[in-house]
Design a protein around this ligand. Structure first.
Ligand SMILES: Nc1ncnc2c1ncn2[C@@H]1O[C@H](COP(=O)(O)OP(=O)(O)OP(=O)(O)O)[C@@H](O)[C@H]1O
Ligand SMILES: [Mg+2]
Length: 272
């Protein structure tokens, strides 16, 4: 077992830092439904951490706990070693956490560029009113936000559609726009809820490459939920496996591949 502050080197030679986020004995209920039962695990700096499990296992709920959007009834989340209080959505972003959603949540009528720009809202110190009036500090911020947005748009190779309304884009590109919007806030932790769901093989390969590039280029810590085991095994450094709200496995991809409880949970289960 590694100490919380120790780093380790992955099989592919990347250095992973100390623990940035620690989930301790998390239990989350919705009325009578126990979505998460007494789960503990951690996320280390610079790591790509996957959360997998059958439908309804509690994966999205867990991502919402990590982001601070859900507050568990029991247990606590330590962020850089400190218990985290309940957060409002804008406070989540200010902590350097950004996310994408299982169901695409973009403004369909707006262009790609405008959608990406909304990811900078938390960076605006002048306030929306000042932005609307458009002068002084607000104008300077607007320019800076636009530059950041353009940089991320280039990085994710979506320049050619920057002026296109999102409603006209194929599914795979919409997912990439969502990733762009999350990245433009320059998060230190990026949470991705099924970034490749519904994609064809080529789109999945593209998305996998971008996720690796983000991690490599910006040093972003990434937690992602994914059903495609091939993708999970290729991308992730460590994997948490959930089943019916419980943690049934936690380790490197090869640990997980050989874990009997995991194999059993996945046998005969349909995944989308
Ligand atoms: N807001 C909510 N209110 C009530 N029950 C919920 C809510 N969100 C999730 N649940 C329930 O909690 C359990 C876990 O759901 P969750 O969405 O976290 O699973 P999941 O692993 O992400 O599944 P999937 O692979 O289908 O996305 C399910 O039984 C679900 O019905
Ligand atoms: Mg889900």
């Amino acid at each position: 077992m590694l100490d919380n502050s120790e780093s380790y080197v992955t099989e592919d030679g990347r250095t992973i830092g100390g623990v940035v986020m620690e989930m301790k004995n998390i239990t989350l209920r919705f009325g009578g439904v126990v979505a998460i039962k007494d789960i503990s695990f951690d996320i280390r700096e610079g790591e790509i951490r996957a959360i997998i499990g059958p439908n309804g296992a509690g994966k999205s709920s867990m991502l919402n706990v990590i982001s601070g959007f859900y507050v568990p009834q029991e247990g606590e989340v330590l962020f850089h070693g400190k218990p985290r209080p309940q957060l409002r959505p804008y406070e989540v972003a200010q902590q350097g956490i950004a996310r994408t959603f299982q169901n695409i949540a973009l403004f369909e009528g707006m262009t790609v560029l405008d959608n990406v720009m909304t990811g900078r809202l938390n960076k605006m110190s002048s306030g929306l009113l000042a932005q609307a009036i458009w002068r002084g500090k607000a104008e300077k911020e607007e320019i800076e936000n636009r530059e950041k947005a353009e940089k991320i748009i280039d990085f994710l190779e979506i320049q050619h559609i920057r002026k296109t309304p999102v409603s006209r884009l194929p599914y795979g590109l919409k997912k990439r726009v969502e990733l762009a919007r999350a990245l433009v806030s320059e998060p230190s932790i990026l949470l991705l809820d099924e970034p490749m769901a519904g994609m064809n093989v080529e789109e999945k390969e593209d998305m996998s490459r971008f996720i690796l590039d983000v991690n490599d280029e910006f040093g972003t810590t990434i937690a992602l939920i994914e059903h495609d085991m091939g993708v999970v095994m290729d991308l992730s450094d460590r994997v948490v496996v959930m089943d019916y709200g419980k943690k049934i496995g936690d380790g490197t991809p090869s640990d997980i591949r050989n874990n009997q409880a995991v194999i059993d949970a996945y046998l005969g289960v349909a995944h989308d």
